[in-house]
Design a protein around this ligand. Structure first.
Ligand code: IFM
Length: 455
């Protein structure tokens, strides 16, 4: 029985074998910030900076998933998920980021993986979803090339423990967002406002991705390796001034999308001259052999999609960035984050990736997609959002894009970074005072969708 007036059974069918999943991330749900010998991460530090997170919220307890994971796996089983995307906390496994392994940290993920497999759900871990060990940040974090090597060592430790049961791996989550919010603007951990001096963070994360890909393949012969990139179609407003605005759109596309997709899929960086980078070695940051490491073949491209981005030429010609972010003129529905709801942007994004990369585009996985909505159990707007975006994927598949799976963001309401607990993305409502979980209407809708797609 459906719990919404939008009948899940009438959603367009995705191909047989399409994987239905949900996503979360360690710092956003686990809590247990100091349990079992866990080291501090940059988020443990950042949340204590006055004014960094709305209302001073922290992830110290979050959804208490570290203690309640079996209850959460039971919810996933009720949903009928094929796969669950979660991330591992690097400092839970290696408290100082390198060197001594904390067995209790690995034991937690071992139990989670076993519990998922018992429920018939394929574990799909992400190795890095922004919670860098503070000890590595103290050595420069992703501004330091060495962090890429530490990341590969960490990948080996995890793969040697879980690789007998885990096949599908994701290296990084949204390196664009981590670079720009964490190092460019300073609104996420580690809180550096370096503007364009943050660019080496892109290369070092990508190098880390490439080195970790090799480490995963060495430890897990049948590994399927992906990266989860945040991607956005870039749009112009109807009143765009032809050349200036088109140049701004191109520049934004380079920074947000191509900087992170081109080196992986094409083995080269896009032209970064709009960002003052005229030297192909980025002043010695990009070394010989790095791009070969970064462009090692992948089994899939993870795409996190939320909305398109509108840009115009900068109002101030002396501005540091070659674009201004703009608002669409169309009256789109909005999420509580005030993000426009634009399902056809996902079709545009997927077909655009296919056009741009052609045969070099591996199968695509939607590794995140979802929306923040007001608290409460009757989340009709979330159902509309999911139905619209799943239909948009089906259209892209009809147009020839090979999309293999969909992980909605998110299973649970959780710690939404600088917004604390003010943005609720869950199919399941979480009462953060008690930890109580209550499935929303969207939970029933997604469960019915998955069941009907299988029948
Ligand atoms: O909550 C985040 C997630 O950690 C990364 N992608 C976007 C989500 C919503 O903002």
């Amino acid at each position: 029985m459906t719990t919404s007036s939008i009948d899940a059974t009438r959603s367009p069918r995705l191909p047989a074998g399409f994987v239905w999943g949900a996503s979360t991330a360690a710092y956003q749900i686990e809590g247990a910030a100091e349990a079992d010998g866990k080291g501090a991460s940059i988020w443990d530090t950042f949340v204590r900076r006055p004014g960094a997170v709305r209302d001073g919220h922290t992830g110290d307890i979050a959804c208490d998933h570290h203690r309640r994971f079996e209850e959460d796996v039971a919810l996933m089983r009720r949903l009928g998920l094929d796969a669950y995307r979660f991330s591992l906390s690097w400092p839970r496994v290696l408290p100082a980021g390198a060197g001594r392994v904390e067995p209790r940290g690995l034991d937690f993920y071992d139990r989670l993986v076993d519990s998922l497999l018992d429920a018939g759900i394929e574990p799909t871990p992400t190795l890095f979803h922004w919670d860098l060990p503070q000890a590595l940040e103290d050595g420069g974090g992703w501004l330091n090339r060495e962090t890429a090597h530490r990341f590969a060592e960490y990948a080996t430790v995890v793969a040697e423990r879980l690789g007998d049961r885990v096949t599908r791996w994701i290296t990084l989550n949204e390196p664009f967002v981590h670079m720009s919010f964490g190092y460019g603007f300073g609104v996420h951990a580690p809180g550096h406002a370096l503007m364009l001096d943050a660019l080496p963070v892109a290369h070092h994360q990508l190098l880390g991705h490439g080195l970790a890909t090799a480490a995963l393949r060495a430890a897990v012969p049948n590994a399927q390796v992906l990266i989860a990139n945040n991607c956005t179609p870039v749009r112009l407003r109807p009143d765009a001034r032809r050349d200036e605005d088109a140049a701004a759109a191109h520049a934004y596309d380079v920074l947000h999308n191509r900087l992170f997709n081109d080196p992986i899929l094409s083995g080269s960086y896009p032209d970064l001259s709009a960002y003052g980078m005229t030297d192909s070695s980025w002043g010695g940051v990009v070394r010989e052999g790095d791009l070969a490491t970064i462009s090692a073949p992948l089994d899939g491209l993870g795409v996190n999609y939320y909305n398109p981005t509108w840009v115009t030429a900068p109002a101030d010609p002396a501005a540091a960035l070659p674009f201004d972010l703009a608002e669409p003129v169309e009256p789109y529905e909005r999420t509580t984050f005030d993000w426009p709801v634009v399902p056809d942007g996902l079709t545009e994004l997927l077909t655009g990736l296919q056009d741009r990369y052609g045969d070099r585009l591996p199968p695509v996985w939607i590794t995140e997609n979802g929306c923040s909505q007001p608290a409460g159990l009757h989340d009709r707007a979330r159902i509309d959002y999911l139905a619209g975006h799943i239909a948009a994927i089906a259209r892209a598949v009809d147009l020839g894009v090979d999309v293999r799976g969909y992980f909605t963001w998110s299973l649970l309401d959780n710690f939404e970074w600088a917004e604390g607990y003010h943005q609720r993305f869950g199919l399941v409502e979480v009462d953060f005072a008690t930890g109580r979980r209550t499935p929303r209407d969207s939970f029933g809708w997604y469960r019915d969708l998955i069941a009907s797609q299988r029948s």
